[in-house]
Design a protein around this ligand. Structure first.
Ligand code: P53
Length: 474
């Protein structure tokens, strides 16, 4: 009983939120570099405000991140000390292809990740690599319009061919696109999309989504060709919708809302566009341009496992009186009166994780991998950098228990669990350092002050014991 013996416990990060070194090692500029902290951020990540380069008067937290580019050895040693079996990280596309459309990769970038993966293996840590985690070379956005352009399929394919060959034997778990459904909520961050005034945004988003879905299938094909050991997963920003009430309209609305996200995974896992989606496009007057062979490609190269992030459940209603939204989340929802919330207004719902796991497993019957979960909170360290983060331990213990119930009581096949931001890093939604998720504290604030020193929080030893007991000792 319990989790499988080879259960992959670990933590997760993304290049743009922790590496820094934005102009080192021949790296090119990416969309994620030019999103500032502060009020301008929302407009930029949603593709409404045009900011294609650094501008005077703004702070860009991704420039330094938490400086992992220079400190990864120290950080991986700490992950090793916690007993991590896996470490989820992402490759910065611009380290491999600085502009995105070159034919030859940048050796310095390739070498950086090779060394990093070798460092992981020293501690018996299996890397789990997100090929694109909200990053797109700025040159591809300026010259081609980002993922709206079919040419992106070719550039992404080139990236995949290079990394699958170079890292053969070092990496076997791959995720094609982080939170692929985020293209609908933060299209500049998710897919390098910026909208001109008056443009049909849905048309652009769904065309871009098609390009990503085709690319994901091609990546899966190449990964399997290069090494049959490779396991490729899709990645969904999950957290299902509850109907606000048992009014049939609310129930139907919650199903519709879930489908907005599930459609991506329906394509990646079942290999075809679902009927409800095609009908919806028809009603919206959207036509997706497809090339010959796309349908066959999608059908032939479906993913091996389904990964997802889970922070919260969501609520849907058609009643305008009840439309009070949760705050602080680009993926907004109606507020659930039965749940507490984090300091950023994200509602806390461990049972929702079990429900979500069951929904996804029922729908696809493929192994699942929870690749993000955690609590973003304000931590107050003592003079040694020690944080007594009992609130974080409480959040994680309850979610791990719920996930255990899904495995033990419901029979869900779960490959592993990586907590988000195992070391404090820059928030994707807000750009803050103050919103911390880690077991490891990093001395850095929202304005960029701090010596970047790492220190263990209370949750560090707690998670170590969770891993050592394979999830028995919570
Ligand atoms: P932050 C919103 C809703 C769900 C997941 O988010 C999200 C977001 C973006 O804010 O993104 C994922 O940092 C994403 C990570 C991100 C993490 O959730 O806003 O994959 O890059 O950092 C947490 O608190």
């Amino acid at each position: 009983m319990g989790f499988r013996k080879d259960f992959l416990w670990g933590g997760a990060t993304a290049a743009n939120q922790c590496e820094g070194g934005y102009n080192e090692g021949g790296r090119g500029l990416a969309n994620v570099d030019v999103v500032p902290i502060g009020e301008a951020r929302l407009g930029v990540i949603t593709g409404k405000t045009k900011m294609f380069d650094f501008e005077e008067g703004y702070h860009y937290p991704a420039k330094v991140g938490i400086d992992m580019y220079h400190r990864y050895k120290e950080d991986i040693a700490l992950f090793g000390e916690m007993g991590f079996k896996t470490y989820r990280l992402s490759i910065a596309w611009t380290r491999i292809f600085p502009n995105g459309d070159e034919t030859e990769p940048n050796e310095e970038g390739l070498k950086f990740y090779e060394d990093l993966f070798k460092e992981c293996h020293k501690y018996g840590i299996e890397p789990l690599v997100t090929i694109t985690h909200f990053d797109c070379p700025m040159h591809l956005i300026e010259a081609y319009g980002g993922w709206r352009n079919r040419k992106m399929v070719e550039f992404y394919e080139r990236l995949c061919t290079v990394i699958f060959n170079r890292y053969k034997g070092l990496v076997k778990y791959w995720l094609t696109f982080n939170e692929i459904n985020m293209i609908l909520h933060a299209p500049f961050m998710g897919a390098g999309l910026y909208f001109e005034e008056g443009e049909n945004e849905d048309q652009v988003k769904y065309q871009a989504a098609h390009h990503e879905l085709v690319s994901s299938a091609i990546a899966t094909r190449i990964a399997h060709e290069v090494d049959p050991e490779n396991q490729v997963g899709c990645m969904l920003a999950a957290g299902g919708y509850y109907p606000y009430s048992c009014r049939p309209e609310d129930v139907f609305e919650s199903r519709q809302k879930d489908r907005e996200s599930y459609f991506f995974i329906d394509v990646q896992s079942r290999g075809e566009y679902p009927a409800y989606f095609l009908k919806d496009l028809e009603r919206k007057g959207i036509e997706i341009a497809m090339e010959e062979g796309d349908a066959e490609l999608l059908k032939a190269h479906t993913v091996d496992f389904i990964s997802f992030s889970y922070y919260s459940s969501r609520v849907a209603t058609t009643d305008p009186e009840l439309l009070e939204q949760t705050s602080g989340n680009i993926f907004a929802s109606v507020k659930n009166p039965y749940l507490d919330a984090s300091e950023w207004g994200w509602q806390i719902d461990p049972l929702g994780l079990r429900i979500t796991m069951n929904d996804i497993y029922d729908r696809y019957q493929k192994p699942l991998f929870i690749v993000e979960n955690g609590l973003g909170a304000v931590d107050v360290p003592d003079e040694n950098g020690y944080v007594e983060d009992d609130y974080r331990i409480d959040y994680l213990a309850k979610h791990i228990q719920a996930m255990k119930d899904a495995v033990e009581l419901d029979g869900v096949d779960l490959l592993g669990y990586t907590t988000w931001g195992c070391i404090d890093l820059v928030s994707a939604g807000t750009g803050e350092m103050k919103k911390r998720y880690g077991f490891i504290y990093v001395d850095l604030d929202n304005e960029g002050n701090g010596d970047l020193k790492r220190s263990k929080k209370k949750s560090f030893d707690w998670y170590k014991q969770v891993i050592a007991s394979n999830g028995e000792d919570l």
